[in-house]
Design a protein around this ligand. Structure first.
Ligand code: MG
Length: 375
């Protein structure tokens, strides 16, 4: 009798909700009742990305990238996340594993409490930004799937405003550079890695094959501000649209001087990891490179993009070599930014995910819920 009365009250409650909010919300209300006591479960496994080309930047050279793939399961639905950890950034599969072992999501009843959950994740340990990003991405994927909506829609963004992605040409011999440029025919913008002795040779090799706009990244490789500014003028003459991180991040005054005198935007990348760095560096650079693996994920990236826009700072949304999981997550934010460099999944041979694509050089969103993975 008691049971019948409880069921009656429950159905009356649902019917009232139905009349107030419509059918979809009844389904959600049913889920809420069913989910009482359901807990989020976190799983993770290491994975090694095999790169198509040996990747050389000013400070290192490599053929693989270690990542950690994670899943958060809640009520039969799985959210996917990824930590990508290029060796020079200090995280490894061991540090990520140790960090993720400390995460206890079972203390939270509601995956929708992103702010509370992610503040807890951030408080577990210092740094570990890629490991933190993996949890952030999986939670966003899960929440989007529970709502049956992709994040660009939840944020109210215009799908047609996604950027063209640049495609990175690593430092190499002129012959290989020319070959890579020819292979990148689909892309409307190319990114060139500079900061070694052969900068002009790199630009000349590219310009012997194409007149497409370029972007350039010195990766802190230039050590003298006058040399750097001369190079930037040379780059401007060669249709380079912005320069990333001309000098070491510790050389704040020199970088600020370059920004003041540069004919093209100067973007802080290594200098600006998280939201508080953006606040500190707001007068040093005219642009910022935001990457999920640096800033702990989609939630902080969204805050950073909004702050940068309100300060009149240009935003480039970048990535590491990553699978389509982390790239799809970043792509959800991409209608908000000035430039995109989301070619990470195109540089690897063994992508285990199918998600957001680059079509004719443009980041092209789909309407799969969450971060846009097909699963
Ligand atoms: Mg960079």
């Amino acid at each position: 009798m008691k049971q019948n009365r409880r069921n009656f009250i429950k159905s009356t409650f649902l019917v009232t909700l139905a009349s107030m909010f419509g059918i979809r919300e009844i389904y959600s209300a049913k889920n809420i009742i069913r989910n009482k006591g359901t807990k989020m479960k976190l799983r993770f496994k290491p994975y090694t990305l095999e790169l198509k080309h040996t990747f050389t930047v000013a400070v290192s050279s490599r053929k693989t990238t270690p990542v950690m793939l994670i899943e958060i399961e809640y009520d039969g639905i799985i959210g996917y996340g990824e930590a990508s950890m290029p060796p020079y950034l200090g995280e490894t599969q061991e540090t990520a594993s140790s960090f993720l072992s400390k995460v206890n999501l079972e203390q939270f009843d509601d995956p929708f409490e992103l702010e509370k959950i992610l503040e807890y994740i951030d408080s577990i340990d210092k740094k570990n930004t890629a490991a933190k990003a993996s949890v952030d991405i999986a939670l966003h994927d899960l929440v989007g799937k529970l709502l049956n909506k992709p994040w660009y829609k939840l944020w109210g963004l215009d799908k047609s405003k996604t950027p063209y992605t640049s495609f990175t040409i690593g430092i190499d011999t002129p012959e290989i550079v020319r070959q890579k440029v020819r292979e990148a025919e689909e892309f409307k913008i190319l990114k060139v890695k500079l900061g070694r002795q052969n900068d002009k040779e790199m630009i000349e090799a590219i310009r012997s094959v194409t007149d497409k706009p370029l972007t350039a990244d010195a990766n802190q490789g230039w050590k003298d501000k006058h040399y750097a500014l001369d190079m930037i003028h040379y780059l401007k003459e060669n249709n380079v649209i912005y320069i990333e991180q001309p000098m070491p991040k510790e050389m704040i005054d020199e970088n600020a001087w370059i920004t003041q005198n540069s004919p093209i935007p100067v973007l802080g990348d290594e200098s600006i990891q998280r939201l508080d760095d953006l606040i500190k560096m707001k007068d040093v650079y005219s642009g910022v490179v935001i990457k999920l693996m640096k800033c702990t994920g989609m939630r902080e990236a969204y805050k950073m993009i909004n702050l940068a826009k309100s300060l009149g700072i240009k935003v480039m949304l970048g990535c590491m070599t990553e699978t389509s999981c982390a790239i799809s997550a970043a792509a959800q934010l991409s209608p908000m930014v000035d430039w995109g460099d989301l070619d990470g999944a195109l540089l690897i041979k063994n992508d285990p995910f199918d998600g957001i694509k680059v079509i004719d050089g443009k980041v092209t969103l789909n309407d799969f819920p969450g971060i846009g993975l097909k699963s």
